[in-house]
Design a protein around this ligand. Structure first.
Ligand code: SAM
Length: 276
C-alpha cells in the first residue's frame, strides 16, 4: 500500500529532525507563525479526516510510518495529492519533535486559515450566531465551537482580542467542528458599528441582566453575545444589546463557566428548531 502513496504527486519520506519543512510545521505551534503564514496545524487522524468533505484543503499531510497502511490515511494522502498538496511520511522522532510529545499523534494536517467576510452575517429568518467578547481560554473557545456546531449555529463572531481559534488546544477541543463553522473577527468599535445596523436581536448575557433567559421570544435572527471569562461584557458593549438576559443560579457559585453558559443559552434559543 505504501507504494500507492508514493506513486504520484509530492511525496517525501523525512527522518531528519533538522529538515526545513519540519521546522516550518513545528513553527505553527506558535501564534505568530500561524498569523504570518495564515496556516494552522491539526493533530490526530479523526480531526484531520473531519475536514475531508469540507472546503478546507490540506496543504501538507504528515503521517507516521506505523499508520501508512491505514485505509483512512491512504484516502487522505490521495486527496491531498489530488489537490496539489504535499504528503510526508515521517519517523516517530519527527512527530515527537513537532508536537513536543513523547507519545505523539500519528497524523498531522496543515491547513490554510480560511477568511470569512462579515457580509456573511445576514439577518435571515431564525439564523443564530454566537459572538464572544475577549475569550481567553483555548479550551473554552474550542468547546463553544463544538457546541455551537451541534446546536446548528450559522457561525462564530470573535470580538476584540481573543485567544487564537487555530491553536492546537482549541482545534483539539472542537473535535472537528473547527471545519464546520465560519469564524468572523471584529475589533470592538467595528462590532459596535455593525450592531447599529443589525436588524435582528442582539442578546447579551449578563450577571446583572434583569430578564430570565427562558422568557425571551427568540423567533428572530439572533446574535447571542457572551462576555469574557474574567469580567463579562463591558458596559459599552452591553449597551448595544437589544436584550440582556441572565441564567438564574442557586448555590454559591457567582457565575457559570463561559462554555457552559453558552451551551445552555444556545440550546434554549434553538429549543423549537431542535425538536425531533
Ligand atoms: N465575573 C464575570 C462577570 O461579572 O460577568 C463572570 C464572567 S462569566 C465566567 C463569563 C460569561 O459567561 C459571562 O460574561 C456571561 O456571558 C456568561 N455567564 C456566566 N454565568 C452566567 C449567568 N448566570 N447568566 C448569564 N450569563 C452567564
Amino acid at each position: 500500500m505504501q507504494q500507492e502513496i508514493r506513486k504520484a504527486g509530492i511525496y517525501k519520506e523525512i527522518s531528519s529532525l533538522t529538515n526545513p519543512i519540519i521546522k516550518d510545521i513545528k513553527g505553527l505551534t506558535q501564534r505568530k507563525n500561524r498569523q504570518s503564514s495564515k496556516r494552522f496545524l491539526v493533530e490526530g487522524l479523526k480531526l484531520v479526516a473531519s475536514a475531508l468533505d469540507t472546503d478546507f484543503r490540506l496543504d501538507i499531510f504528515v503521517f507516521g510510518k506505523k499508520v501508512a497502511d491505514h485505509e483512512l490515511v491512504q484516502k487522505i494522502a490521495a486527496r491531498t495529492k489530488a489537490h496539489g498538496g504535499m504528503v510526508l511520511e515521517v519517523s516517530q522522532q519527527v512527530l515527537s519533535k513537532i508536537t513536543r510529545r513523547d507519545n505523539p499523534q500519528m497524523v498531522l494536517g496543515i491547513f490554510q486559515q480560511p477568511y470569512f467576510d462579515k457580509s456573511l452575517i445576514q439577518a435571515k429568518e431564525r439564523d443564530l450566531w454566537v459572538a464572544l467578547e475577549g475569550v481567553k481560554d483555548p479550551g473554552n473557545l474550542g468547546t463553544i465551537i463544538r457546541t455551537a456546531d451541534a446546536a446548528g449555529v450559522k457561525g462564530l463572531i470573535l470580538v476584540g482580542e481573543t485567544t487564537d481559534p487555530f491553536a492546537l488546544e482549541t482545534t483539539r477541543a472542537t473535535m472537528g467542528s473547527i471545519f464546520a463553522l465560519p469564524i468572523i473577527r471584529f475589533q470592538e468599535d467595528a462590532f459596535t458599528k455593525f450592531c447599529q445596523n443589525w436588524k435582528g436581536m442582539l442578546v447579551g448575557t449578563h450577571l446583572e441582566g434583569a430578564v430570565d433567559y427562558r422568557t425571551l421570544d427568540y423567533n428572530k435572527p439572533t446574535i447571542l453575545f457572551m462576555g469574557n471569562e474574567q469580567s463579562g461584557l463591558p458596559d459599552n458593549l452591553a449597551q448595544c444589546c437589544s436584550d440582556l438576559v441572565k441564567i438564574p443560579q442557586k448555590g454559591q457559585a457567582d457565575s457559570l463557566n463561559l462554555a457552559i453558559a453558552t451551551g445552555i443559552m444556545l440550546f434554549e434559543i434553538q429549543r423549537d428548531i431542535l425538536k425531533f
